[in-house]
Design a protein around this ligand. Structure first.
Ligand SMILES: NC(=O)c1ccc[n+]([C@@H]2O[C@H](COP(=O)([O-])OP(=O)(O)OC[C@H]3O[C@@H](n4cnc5c(N)ncnc54)[C@H](O)[C@@H]3O)[C@@H](O)[C@H]2O)c1
Length: 382
């Protein structure tokens, strides 16, 4: 086989997502036959010592402490943005102007208006881009997409999704700074809406099409927290919990809920879709299974079947082990890298692109607006 084309990666941010993406770049060519090979060229973080420790551990060739310098480097092909939400736009727009490919973490932006400026910049530059809504690439979720596209559900009536956590219940937890920037609206944009519901919305738009309008409520249970950087007690302005109803363009009804106050739940992302002919449900805690009910089955055998999505004819699975042996969370990032590299070779975009991720931003904005004014809001078409 011909030597693979190198794709030099410049990673910005070495936290949780910096690790999942690095794992994806390192493993992808061991399992997928691709024209391109990611090269871990440089990692960028504000602390040189921490960046060096990360580089040594994961095998990055060099470090930078300013993302602008990383973008200026001629030996970097792609910028991977793994930093808090309030930095995505500035880094992505500068990377696009420098002609770099961009892989950006979700949510795309702080809000819809900022997201629109990013999409304009990226489309003007014509650079390959993708946003890491990785749950699309859980094989069971990709299988759900295939079953829906094959028409097996028929007309869809209901879409229900939850993303439940319990890690912010203590009023002693500070907001802001490393690890806790998610509680600080200035860094995160919003609370569970942009952090967790954005995943549910992305999957829903992909599986069930556009959302036309929404009616939402949000709550901030702990009203003040100490800021971990300033030490001051400050008001909390993120949404701790959010629930919304919506109408999809295909006529189905949606019900979404997310909270960080569901004691006992760590990352319970679930969805269920009820169609005229069949229903589907999925649960992140059992991510390799897809539950499927087919009304067309012989009545005496009819019931929910639990498909263990590990066969070689299931999405992505022929690249891994043998039927029956399952894979996990980290593989979704390997799959996204594989799809991005495959797209580059084929000259095709990798979904979700910035423009596709903007649609999720439009729904998030409508949800937050609706909660604020207490009325249904129309989702701005993008
Ligand atoms: N796809 C997913 O499932 C998923 C999961 C978690 C987080 N995310 C997203 O990934 C992004 C990062 O989240 P995380 O959980 O990795 O956060 P994290 O706090 O673990 O890591 C953030 C990193 O960014 C660095 N950083 C902050 N400002 C910087 C700057 N100006 N220049 C360089 N580095 C800077 C921090 O030092 C840290 O290394 C967020 O946008 C988040 O919403 C996505």
């Amino acid at each position: 086989m011909a030597a693979k084309k190198p794709l030099n990666i410049g990673l910005v941010g070495y936290g949780f997502m910096g690790r999942t993406h690095s794992n994806g770049y390192k493993r992808v060519n061991d399992f997928f036959d691709l024209e391109y090979r990611p090269v871990l060229k440089a990692v960028c973080g504000r602390s040189a010592a921490n960046a060096q420790t990360f580089a040594d551990k994961w095998g990055y060739e060099s470090i930078e402490t300013d993302w602008r310098k990383l973008i200026d480097r001629k030996d970097i092909d792609a910028i991977d943005i793994c930093t808090p939400n309030n930095t995505h736009a500035e880094i992505a727009i500068a990377a696009a102007a420098a002609g770099k490919m961009i892989l950006c973490e979700k949510p795309l932006s702080m809000d819809l208006v900022e997201g629109q400026t990013m999409v304009e910049a990226i489309e003007k530059a014509g650079v390959p881009n993708t946003v890491w809504y990785n749950y699309r690439r859980v094989p069971a979720v990709t299988l759900a997409k295939q079953l829906i596209d094959e028409g097996r559900l028929g007309r869809v009536f209901h879409y229900r999704a939850n993303f439940l956590q319990d890690w912010t219940i203590s009023s002693e937890l500070p907001q802001g700074g490393a690890g806790l920037w998610r509680l600080d609206a200035a860094a995160a944009g919003s609370g569970v809406t942009g952090d967790l519901l954005a995943h549910c919305i992305d999957t829903a738009l992909w599986l069930n099409g556009g959302i036309s309008n929404v009616s939402a409520m949000t709550e901030t249970f702990i009203k003040e927290r100490k800021h971990s950087e300033t030490g001051k007690v400050e008001p909390v302005s993120i949404d701790d919990a959010c629930a919304f109803l919506c109408r999809f363009e295909n006529g189905s009804l949606g019900l979404f809920e997310s909270t960080r106050y569901a004691r006992g739940h760590k990352a319970l992302y679930t969805f269920e879709i009820n169609g005229e002919k069949a229903s589907i449900k999925w649960d992140l805690h059992d991510l390799h299974r897809l539950e499927y009910f087919d009304h067309g089955d012989e009545s005496k055998l009819r019931g929910w079947r639990s498909i263990h999505v590990t066969d070689s004819d299931h999405p992505y699975m022929k690249h891994w082990w043998v039927p029956g042996l399952q894979i996990g969370y980290e593989h979704t990032f390997v799959h996204q890298v594989a799809d991005f590299l495959g797209g580059l070779a084929a000259g095709k975009p990798t979904s979700p692109t910035f423009r596709e991720a903007l649609a999720t931003q439009a729904v998030c904005d409508a949800v937050l607006d609706s909660a604020e004014v207490g009325q249904w809001q129309t989702v701005v078409p993008v």
